[in-house]
Design a protein around this ligand. Structure first.
Ligand SMILES: Cc1cc2nc3c(=O)[nH]c(=O)nc-3n(C[C@H](O)[C@H](O)[C@H](O)COP(=O)(O)OP(=O)(O)OC[C@H]3O[C@@H](n4cnc5c(N)ncnc54)[C@H](O)[C@@H]3O)c2cc1C
Ligand SMILES: NC(=O)c1ccc[n+]([C@@H]2O[C@H](COP(=O)([O-])OP(=O)(O)OC[C@H]3O[C@@H](n4cnc5c(N)ncnc54)[C@H](O)[C@@H]3O)[C@@H](O)[C@H]2O)c1
Length: 527
């Protein structure tokens, strides 16, 4: 198997990065040439204004830093962004964007290989093949295109991009790896995260790899072990099995997909694991993983029991993908210069994204957003936190309601969620003394889903029976990632199930699955 990777991304215009749709409106704003003076909420009103190079310096041009930069420009700030590697950060270059491109190709291959499904629609195909390099080029080309568009959007708005690694010298001063010193009235740290690789696992980037290398899709192993059945593991199992691999999951917790609502995880097991060439070992750690040589020597994985820590098995596979979470990236950031001590590696912040020092005090003018603060490792959360930090620094107190931030896993079918899981909602109901309501809508009863031949899945709404407020929604089924948005908005606004039930849904659409669940809840709400 050759590890050759030809990279020739097309570059074209068009900007379709979903979590940044808010900022798109900024493109039509005139570029600011004037430096607008704003009052920081931490500045004493009669204190003389010091002179800074920038109103705001942002460390890291990932989705978080980019979102903050565009919002700061809209607020009239003079902004610079330090980026040591690629504009767009993890999401665009090594995360959401290329993985969704792979999933898009994988989804089509899976559907076209499913003869029964096609026959039900009156279609037959002679056979399906794919070109691995073509699929890889689609993912890498898209990443490159979105990266270019993001850089253009920054420069078009007058944001200075400094291609340099930034180190804090204080809360308002940065040293770049270019040897220069920069001052800014406020600084946002948005340095993101990197794959977390447990001790004992040796990464060679070819037979034992993380998502960073898997996304390049340089080969499709016949048998790949995926260590970790969280978001990354699950999405890649969808890609690999569609492309023809056999998958073995290795999961430390007693069940697969432990981060999901348990009922949804059980359904996901029925839809995404059992019918596919996937087996699994749960309650075990991959304690030691030794790389192999394709065609000559297998990758060897020692499994130890999560409880006893005794070795229980040894696997020999063609490849191992390590998807065991991500670690905040704070190397060389200079946190010691502002007396910040990380907590489990994360930069501590308050609800307004202000960095806290080792004694828990707010450090004026210094903010941290995105994966590095560990509040929610999602692209749209990073961007929302960046916008929130800017609001706070211009004197408008703001907090992100993380409970209303939706999440989705882009498997086929998709899984999405917002708010509490059922066990969490039960605990809240018992602590606060209210009765929990639960109502379910079914894809099998939805005309659009049936027309598509995709009747698997449910939408589950958890709500407070005494006031009708929604506590959590969990969906598994076709286009679940899009369907969750209505529920997220409802959680954010405190909309009750009765109010939502009066919202009219287009027929026939998948959104009626959520409507069915909401209407079912109305009869149960006692108010
Ligand atoms: C395979 C995969 C798939 C994913 N899919 C999704 C998805 O579908 N949806 C979703 O919401 N999330 C997804 N995520 C998570 C998402 O990518 C992250 O939550 C998001 O990228 C975090 O953004 P950020 O701005 O905090 O950090 P990052 O995107 O990591 O950006 C940080 C940037 O800072 C730069 N930097 C770091 N230190 C310095 C320094 N000292 N000086 C200068 N620059 C510095 C880095 O080079 C980097 O470019 C996925 C992640 C992975 C790995
Ligand atoms: N669609 C999306 O929004 C999306 C997609 C991919 C990644 N992400 C983000 O990226 C982050 C990282 O994703 P991830 O899937 O790596 O992490 P995760 O935290 O979702 O899952 C990691 C899994 O690995 C298991 N694990 C940890 N150490 C292990 C070991 N030694 N042996 C066996 N199992 C072990 C954990 O029990 C857990 O189930 C997530 O926080 C997620 O928010 C989001």
């Amino acid at each position: 198997m050759a590890f050759v990777h030809t990279f020739c991304p097309p570059f074209s215009r068009g900007y379709s990065f979903p979590s940044l749709s808010y900022q798109r409106s900024s493109f039509i704003r005139p570029v600011l040439t004037r430096r607008v003076v704003v009052r920081s909420n931490t500045r004493k009103s009669n204190a003389p204004r010091a002179s800074f190079d920038y109103d705001l310096a942002i460390v890291g041009a990932g989705v978080g830093g980019h979102g903050a930069a565009l919002h700061a420009v809209a607020k009239g700030l003079k902004v610079c962004v330090f980026e040591a590697r690629d504009i767009g950060g993890t999401c665009v270059n090594r995360g959401c964007v290329p993985s969704k491109a792979l999933l898009a190709a994988a989804g089509r291959i899976r559907e076209m290989k499913d003869a029964d499904h096609l026959r039900a629609l009156g279609i037959s195909l002679d056979g399906v093949s794919y070109d691995r390099q073509g699929v890889a080029d689609h993912a890498n080309g898209l990443a490159s295109k979105v990266k270019g568009n993001m850089a253009n959007s920054l420069t078009a708005l007058g944001v200075t991009i400094i291609n340099s690694r930034a180190t804090l010298l204080g809360a308002q001063i940065i040293k770049g790896s270019d040897g220069k010193t920069y001052t800014a009235e406020n600084i946002i740290l948005a340095p993101g995260s990197v794959p977390f690789v447990p001790r004992g696992i040796e990464i060679d980037g070819k037979t034992v790899f993380t998502s960073d290398d898997a996304l390049k899709m340089e080969w499709v192993p016949d048998w790949v072990a995926i260590v970790g059945s969280g978001y990354i593991g699950l999405e890649f199992s969808d890609v690999y099995t569609a492309l023809g691999s056999n998958v073995t999951f290795v999961e430390a917790m007693p069940n697969l997909m432990p981060g999901f609502d348990p009922e949804i995880a059980r359904l996901a097991q029925r839809l995404l694991i059992n019918p596919r060439p996937i087996d699994y070992h749960t309650n075990v750690f991959a304690a030691k993983v030794t790389p192999g040589i394709p065609g000559q020597r297998p990758v060897v994985i020692d499994l130890i029991d999560a409880g006893t820590k005794e070795q229980v098995d040894q696997l020999e596979v063609d490849a191992a993908m390590i998807a065991t979470g991500r670690a905040p990236f704070t190397e060389g950031l200079g946190l010691e210069s502002v007396q910040v001590e990380t907590q489990r590696g994360f930069v501590p912040v308050d609800d307004r994204m202000r960095v806290l020092d080792k004694d828990g005090n707010v450090i004026d003018h210094l903010y941290a957003i995105g994966d590095v603060n560990g509040k929610m490792m999602l692209a749209h959360a990073a961007s929302a936190q960046g916008i929130s930090a800017v609001e706070n620094m211009v004197g408008k107190e703001h907090q992100v309601d993380h409970n209303a931030v939706p999440a989705a896993c882009f498997t086929h079918p998709e899984i999405s969620m917002v708010g509490l899981t059922e066990p969490q909602a039960k605990e809240k109901a018992s602590n606060e003394g209210f009765e929990l309501g639960k109502s379910v809508g079914h894809f099998r009863a939805n005309s659009k889903a049936l027309a598509e031949g995709e009747g698997d899945g449910i939408a589950k709404v958890l709500f407070n029976k005494s006031n009708g407020k929604i506590l959590g929604v969990h969906i598994i089924g076709l286009h679940a990632a899009d369907l969750i948005q209505e529920c997220s908005n409802a959680v954010a606004r405190g909309t009750t199930v009765d109010e939502l039930a009066f919202c009219v849904h287009t027929h026939p659409t998948l959104s009626e699955v959520v409507d069915e669940a909401i209407k079912g809840a109305v009869g149960m709400a006692a108010h």
